[in-house]
Design a protein around this ligand. Structure first.
Ligand code: PMP
Length: 399
């Protein structure tokens, strides 16, 4: 038998109900998509504002391909840094109220690049225990001493910081938590970090576009200056509806990333047409407040509907509205039953979330209508009755 024994690991993954299947998307993102050849009502994309298929964003993308072609062609430091990238950086700096911005090709790479450029093995990183995988991986790859504090708990962070003797300390949190939908107490975290001479980094991948006036995210919600929040990360593949990521901060921080972030230096720049499309989506995201207002109405409609159905939601007022169902088996069964009703909602299971906290991650987009939410609620009503049956049978097994 091969030392790798991949088949056994795959079989175990299946037995544990943790196996993931890829579905085939045959259309643009939107409320109704073609999945595996079937028309489906989807509540699982991160296209929170409905910009991924917006005609103006598409037009900007098309127009820019006439000027720039398709591929970025080289890394930013060679000859891949186009005028389109540069303009987008300047507009994002203005949008975030930061001196300067740098683009990365993905959010995953932004997080790895920043944390590895700022920290080495003599330093320490303090992370919320529910942070996104890219932040956790980044902390581990940096070689810094890695500590996790309790979720959204500044007192737990403070205890860890008090005991730390390292010089460079970086506190890292999601802005809006990707699997829970709740918002980090960034003001309090910043106060604690500053007291202990640490820097705060917020990855607001899910907050930009969906929270704050003009969609400026959690930093804006809490009126955080560059001193309060030196490292601010955003991604472009979610509410912006395009692809890539950015880091906003001081001139010195951004120049440090240009010079030292390996995931910036050693990779091809994002296609310039994506940057141009993002300039248009930034304008729509900032100016079309009605998208956030409509989202809020959909969220309220969904939450009160779930309450009537007795479904367990989490403390979230963002477009991420998970329904807690317990075991991975329940999550899978419910997701499959919803699919039978023509509705697509993803089952989120360990290791993405802790054991026993499997959930249906329902996400909303400004392109959904109240009628779509009604359809979701009716399907949930039907499906949850059957799941109660599954839960009851499960309980019996253990009695
Ligand atoms: N940070 C957070 C909080 C995320 O949820 C994600 C993606 N789901 C990323 C970073 C990675 O961003 P990207 O998809 O652009 O790599």
């Amino acid at each position: 038998m091969s030392a790798f024994n991949l088949d056994a690991a795959l079989a175990k993954r299946r037995d544990d109900n943790l196996y993931r299947e890829r579905k085939l998307l045959g259309s643009a993102q939107g409320p109704e998509v073609i999945v595996d050849g079937r028309k489906t009502l989807a509540f699982c994309s991160n296209d929170y504002l409905g910009l991924a298929n917006h005609p103006e964003v598409i037009a900007s993308f098309r127009k820019a391909t006439d000027q720039y072609g398709v591929g970025g062609g080289a890394s930013h430091l060679v000859i891949g840094h186009s005028e389109a990238h540069h303009k987008l950086e300047e507009e994002l700096a203005e949008f975030t109220g930061r001196p300067r911005v740098i683009l990365f090709s993905t959010g995953y790479m932004a997080n790895i690049g920043v944390i590895s450029a700022l920290l080495g093995k003599r330093d320490a990183v303090f992370q919320d225990r529910l942070n996104h995988a890219s932040l956790i991986d980044a902390g581990q790859l940096s070689g810094a001493r890695f500590q996790r504090y309790l979720h959204n708990d500044p007192a737990s962070l403070e205890l860890k910081l008090q005991r730390s003797e390292t010089e460079r300390k970086l506190v890292v949190t999601d802005g809006v938590f990707s699997m829970d939908g709740d918002i980090a107490p960034v003001r309090e975290l910043s106060t604690v970090a500053r007291k202990h001479d640490a820097w705060l980094m917020v990855d607001d991948a899910h907050g930009f576009g969906s929270v704050g006036i003009g969609g400026r995210g959690v930093a804006d919600l809490h009126d955080m200056s560059t001193e309060d929040l030196p490292v601010l990360v955003g991604t472009l593949g979610k509410a912006f509806g395009t692809a890539g990521a950015f880091v906003a901060g001081s001139e010195a921080l951004i120049e440090t990333l240009v010079q030292f972030a390996r995931t910036y230096i050693y990779t091809t720049s994002m296609p310039p047409a994506v940057a141009e499309a993002t300039r248009t989506s930034l304008r729509l995201l900032r100016d079309e407040e009605w998208r956030r207002e409509h989202l809020k109405d959909l969220i309220d409609q969904f939450r009160s509907g779930c309450e009537q159905l007795g479904l367990e939601l989490m403390e979230s007022n963002t477009p991420i509205q998970p329904i807690l169902v317990g075991t991975a088996e329940n999550a899978l069964a419910m997701s499959a039953a919803l699919a039978e009703e023509g509705i697509l909602v993803t089952a989120i299971r360990p290791p993405t979330v802790p054991n026993g906290m499997s959930r249906l991650r329902v996400t909303f987009s400004a392109s959904h209508t109240t009628e779509h939410v009604n359809r979701l609620l009716s399907a949930l009503e039907k499906v949850s009755k059957n799941i109660n049956g599954i839960q009851a049978r499960e309980k019996m097994k253990w009695q």
